[in-house]
Unconditional design. Structure first.
Length: 61
């Protein structure tokens, strides 16, 4: 996915994940083609945490 590759250049491009409780900004999310992609940004890596279809009920975690 090109959107995921762009995260390497601009990891804070997307807003913090609104469904993550007590999110300090390291978990971010965006929607692409009816999928919600959640990723975590650390100093050394970017980890794709969750990919869900937008029609599914959101999970608080």
């Amino acid at each position: 996915m090109n959107a995921c590759k762009e995260l390497l250049k601009h990891p804070e491009k997307y807003p913090p994940d609104k469904y993550r409780s007590e999110n300090d900004g390291t978990f971010r999310a965006f929607e692409l083609y009816h999928h919600r992609i959640v990723y975590m940004v650390t100093e050394s890596e970017i980890v794709i945490v969750r990919v869900r279809h937008t029609a599914m009920e959101p999970l608080s975690y």
